[in-house]
Design a protein around this ligand. Sequence first.
Ligand code: SAH
Ligand code: SF4
Ligand code: F3S
Length: 438
Amino acid sequence: MSKVENKKLFIQTLGCQMNDTDSEHIIAELHEHKNYDVTTVMEEADLIIINTCSVREKPVQKLFSEIGQFNVKKKPGAKIGVCGCTASHLGKDIMKRAPYVDFVVGARNISKIKDVVDVKGAVEIDIDHDESTYEFAKLKTSKYRTAVNISIGCDKQCTYCIVPATRGDEISIPPEMLVAQIQKDVDNGAVEVMLLGQNVNSYGRRFSDGRAKSTFTKLLQEISKIDGLRRIRFTSPHPLHMGDEFLEEFVKNPKISKCIHMPLQSGSTKILKSMKRGYSKEWFLNRAKKLKDAIPELRITTDIIVAFPGESDEDYQDTIDVVKELKFDQIFNFKYSPRPNTAALDLKDIEVDDKIASKRLTDLIDLHKEHQSELLARNVGKTIEVFFEDLKSNGEVAGLSDNSLLVFVQGSDELLGKFVNVKIISASRTALKGEIAK
Ligand code: SAH
Ligand code: SF4
Ligand code: F3S
């Protein structure tokens, strides 16, 4: 009767949604091939993995403070592995700084995880390694949603960004693999897919098998044909590649969620040039307004970096002007953080004073909070279709509308997995409350 107990894996994930998906692959691969089950208690784990992010200095510092703690508190004999983007760019230096680390696996090398877990001192960070043809074991983390990486790497050279150095050149995953994966997930109950990539709308420019080029618009059309799939979300599109064909598909395709992430980074054309983003303030406004005019319920989220080197008060004001004009539904705000292997390091002499940078960040956050409250309040009195997926302990059920509004109603698990019309009765800054429409 005595069954050999599986070993336990504790995994901590920093960074973006691609890292979340990579962690899911790691968990599934180690479960299938190495008999590991996930634990949320680090102290009882046989293997501790941290899947890291390098995009700003803060998460890199976090890596070293976290693994130092893991090393002190871990079970005797437990192994520690470092994966992801910081693994890619620091490689074996991680072991120099933290000799107790057992292995290092870069963001582009996740498919090797099962081969390195038992190899003390292994470092897999080869950026040429092409994993677009690998099929991973897949972990199901949500009943109703699935996420797939449609491309890996990034061909852009935004001057502040370390991602091309950690994730390598951009390669698109073949559409038939994506459609087959999503179909499988839909057969297992998923109604929504999130398509992930650093630059989703340049999908199809390069495949690893040399096949003919394709486009993101074509991929969206293919994926939309999947029966039972109700919603398609994606992140991040690049504003430069938001051509008319893409905008038209976005507007007319009913399966595409009407909440779009448009990473502005800066509202100053001068700074955008220095960042090598390839678009101007006017182009960004033109694209956003075209979508807003065509879709009344459209919600737009964005990323903004304040205090990029050389950002004057006027440049910052340009950003504020765009924010005031468009009123983003969500802004992910960052203070510029100098990163290794990036061109912006050459602009060291014109870096913005940290006090000014902090003030710009706080002012932007305050302005955005005002907009958020105003925008959510506009929904009160409306009836909105919500997909419910989460029963809270206080008797509320949470769900998202097609345009990603978070809505709570009083209810039971009977609502879970259903699209239901909800009359909105009140709004806070980040969520709505409603009642089931009669
Ligand atoms: N590929 C995506 C973003 C990837 S990184 C895109 O192009 O939008 C996520 C966000 O981190 C970026 O949009 C940017 O706003 C921010 N970021 C990247 N490098 C940064 C740096 N050096 N300092 C501060 N923020 C940075
Ligand atoms: Fe970084 Fe630019 Fe690529 Fe986004 S598009 S990952 S910001 S280089
Ligand atoms: Fe961070 Fe790498 Fe994602 S640097 S933001 S985990 S691509």
